[in-house]
Design a protein around this ligand. Structure first.
Ligand SMILES: [Mg+2]
Length: 316
């Protein structure tokens, strides 16, 4: 291969690899050795995360194009790097392919290429195996100087969320009802964009803890509360909504890939919105821990309400 790639030997597996590499011009430097060699910038730490998407568990073939399925799998994994405030160094893709999917490998490759190009993560390695359903495992590698973790929330911080919530839940609901998605529903469902630079900005502006919204803002905020040993109050009536979503929808909508962070209440929201053209909204606060325990409390118009259910994949 060209592109600094190492020539591959004969065999069906390598034919499939070659088909993918032919779509990854410049995005997969050095693929072909037994393992990838990466440099971590001096003074930074390596950040690693892995995420698996399985057909009929995480997505249905009828709902998305092959390119979108591949893009989404990579974006979901890269969102975990974003949540740590990290910059991508690369990703490793492990595919389990049926015969039918092997015939569509070029379309999957194009989806990975889109994620690699748009999110700045070179494809540095992978693995192929045959199986009875499509499974996409993406391991992401990144570097960070000041990591954003789940455990730093402090009493007095505000709870913030980027973007608007509820779109993926409305999209899923429409798909399950056999309705065609309108573009505003399809956008972040089919093509989520991890908030990579936004997280780095928030770290630089005093964010104390953070997580990406994969299980729903209520469930993910409760992860922050638990990890920080803090009490977090989530005010449902302050959630930023996409058109057509209720605050309950927004609280439980998963796979949003927005950022949920604790940061000073004085955060310069206007500066963030100017920089990224994206809203950021204060949706609650961190309070001093009382008896009985740290955790999440939800309020609606100042009244305590039961915790909304989190997102779970549709097959359970
Ligand atoms: Mg996450």
């Amino acid at each position: 291969m060209n592109d600094g790639q190492i020539p591959l030997g004969p065999g069906a597996e390598f034919e499939t690899v070659r088909a993918m590499l032919s779509r990854w011009s410049g995005l997969a430097p050095g693929v072909g050795d037994d393992a990838a060699l990466l440099d971590v910038p001096a003074g930074q730490r390596l950040v690693v995360s892995t995420d698996t998407s399985v057909e009929n568990v995480h997505f249905k073939r009828a709902w998305l194009t092959p390119q979108e399925i591949a893009y989404r799998a990579a974006a979901a994994a890269l969102s975990d790097l974003a949540a740590m405030g990290a910059t991508p160094l690369g990703m490793v893709i492990a595919l389990t392919l049926t015969e039918e999917w092997r015939a569509q490998i070029v379309l999957l490759a194009d989806g990975f290429a889109a994620a690699s190009r748009e999110l700045g993560a070179p494809i540095v390695g992978g693995d192929l195996t045959a199986g009875s359903e499509l499974s996409i495992g993406v391991t992401v590698l990144g570097a960070v100087k000041h990591a954003l973790t789940r455990s730093g929330a402090r009493a007095g911080d505000a709870l913030w969320v980027t973007g608007t919530l509820g779109g993926p839940l409305l999209a899923l609901r429409a798909l399950e009802n056999g309705t065609v998605l309108v573009p505003s529903q399809r956008g972040r469902f089919a093509h989520p964009i991890p908030r990579m630079r936004e997280a780095q900005w928030l770290v630089a502006h005093g964010a104390t803890s953070g997580i990406d919204c994969s299980d729903g803002v209520a469930a993910d905020a409760s992860h922050l509360a638990a990890a920080s040993g803090a009490k977090i109050v989530l005010e449902l009536d302050r959630l930023p909504l996409v058109a057509g979503a209720t605050s309950e929808d927004a609280a439980s909508s998963g796979e949003e890939y927005e950022l949920i962070v604790t940061a000073p209440a004085t955060l310069d929201r206007a500066a963030f919105e100017r920089e990224f053209g994206l809203p950021i909204t204060a949706i609650g606060q961190v309070e001093a821990v009382e008896i009985p325990a740290p955790g999440l409390e939800t309020k609606n118009r100042g009244q305590r309400v039961p915790l909304p259910r989190g997102h779970s994949h549709f097959s359970g």
